[in-house]
Ligand binder design. Sequence first.
Ligand SMILES: C[S@@+](CC[C@H](N)C(=O)[O-])C[C@H]1O[C@@H](n2cnc3c(N)ncnc32)[C@H](O)[C@@H]1O
Length: 306
Amino acid sequence: VTIERPAREVQAPTGVGWTSLITTYARAQESRRPDRLFDDPWAADFIAAATTTAKASKRLPRVGPARDDDSSALWEMFCAYFAGRTPFYDQQLLAGVDAGASQVVLLAAGLDMRASRLELPASTTVFEVDSEPVLRFKQHVLGHPEPGRIPVVADLRKDWVTPLRAAGFQPGIGTVWIAEGLLMYLDVAQCDRLLDTVVALSGPGSRFATEYFTRNPRHDDVEISDDGDLEAAEMVLSLFSTGPQAAPERWLTAHGLQPDRTDIATELQRLGRPVPAMFDPHRPDTVGLWLTAGTLGEPIPGASER
Ligand SMILES: C[S@@+](CC[C@H](N)C(=O)[O-])C[C@H]1O[C@@H](n2cnc3c(N)ncnc32)[C@H](O)[C@@H]1O
């Protein structure tokens, strides 16, 4: 699919596409820290473009706290969560490439810039699947095609294999699948279909990394500082579906994957970062967020020597 760069102003994505701006805001804030976990220099450009889009500001909740310093519990939580999960996915992606995968598919890529940020081998192709408005906005801000990054417009609840194959994806070879911040927007049957499809398309040395909540967050799990936070929180919560509804060991194993799992509180502690109250493992009825990866088949022999 060719995404034309529109001549004039592009709209910031709306609906579930808007959530790509929240995670990008967190990456922009993280990249400004002296003790940053990663550097995503594109994130600030996306946020600047989204927040200066006149059409966006009228219809969409504010991206970021009233002051641009994370100074609200809601945005501190968002920043901790989204920056804290990034190293997990980076490591999974790099481990998969090291095990022989030459394709990466970002399912619900949003404004993720791993294709450029991780300095992958030139032989790696990164397919970025998301909705047309999200990918159009991304392309508009980037301004030029990035080598090895192929946008694929598709709805992940429907037939996404046809557009993925049309974009050059090769079934049956080693592939890393990243579904970061996606499954909470899908119901059980949609999650099962997605994973069945991933497995069917994957060859040896493939892996699938994702995350989902142990239970959906509610209004009373998040602290709200002002009307802007309230609007953002309500928007996010209104978009949630159910996710897979089975613990990772059971869900991944049922689909033929070797599961591995951690969770956001563990990862934040490992990274020396505070755990937001919502994810505090000592809080009764806390919200857990699993970060999980499954591997398929044996790695390709000699792949790590390439
Ligand atoms: C929270 S964002 C995560 C984006 C990116 N993975 C990241 O971590 O920054 C969720 C993304 O999922 C995409 N998405 C949600 N449902 C989708 C669907 N059915 N088909 C395609 N994309 C979808 C949205 O457009 C959005 O870009």
